[in-house]
Design a protein around this ligand. Sequence first.
Ligand code: ZN
Length: 216
Amino acid sequence: MIKYHPSKQLMQKHILGELPAGLSVAIAAHIELCDKCSNEFELLEVQQASATFDAPCEEKESFEFESMIDDITKLSMYDQLVSQEPEVFEYQDKRVQLPRAIAALKLGSFMNAGKVSRARFELDEGPLRSSLLHIKPGGEIPEHTHTGFELTLLLDGTFEDESGQYVPGDFIMLDGRHNHSPRTKDGCLCFTLVDNALHFNKGLSKLLNPIGKLIY
Ligand SMILES: [Zn+2]
């Protein structure tokens, strides 16, 4: 059962379009996987819609439809939306149906460091990096923390860290206060979003750096 969900505040910002693309993609994908959040999201959308229509008239008059459409079509993200159909992703002899929000994005090629492989999504987000990550059975990421944040949406398989085990659909948001060393027994596939290179806590940091760079 999914235990980790985006906060209500994040969902509201997602509805208002205030989040960076990668974070919106992760929330939309989680909503596809989670009935609880799908229901909550519908409710929040209705609330937001009625709040918008109840807004004072002056605001409505300053709403310029033409320029809004111009702005939308100028967004480079729309050039990158290649498909709205769920896509099957093959890894480690498994076939995984990706959430539509993720399948719609263009993916670069995979790079490997040991049991960890990562391909970056082509989203133009400044210091934010969205990736598809898969870890082979028995693989782990050495204990690390973050100067920024790390979001993981588990898509297939399981992994565990000091807080317990995660299942597909879990939306795990960590920041600089968390140290963790995720590991997977049977392999896993994740969507990740990080806003800064990982910071490894224990020795061997030079040796481990390739993994840090790979994941950021
Ligand atoms: Zn949820």
